[in-house]
Write a protein that binds this ligand. Sequence first.
Ligand SMILES: [Zn+2]
Length: 61
Amino acid sequence: MDSLENKIQKLISSFKGIEPGKILNVIIKHDNGCPALRSHNLSDCTCNPEIITKGENKNGN
Ligand SMILES: [Zn+2]
């Protein structure tokens, strides 16, 4: 299991490669039963979440 620090590092590194001016969507997928699903607090996370980032054009084109 990743430590909280590792999870945050993973989150930060997933932001890299997103160009400035793009809208960033961040989706953190937790395992079923992870306490962070209810608390929405990453520090409660006991699973190994999948972090998905998407940069989108502001005018949707
Ligand atoms: Zn989790």
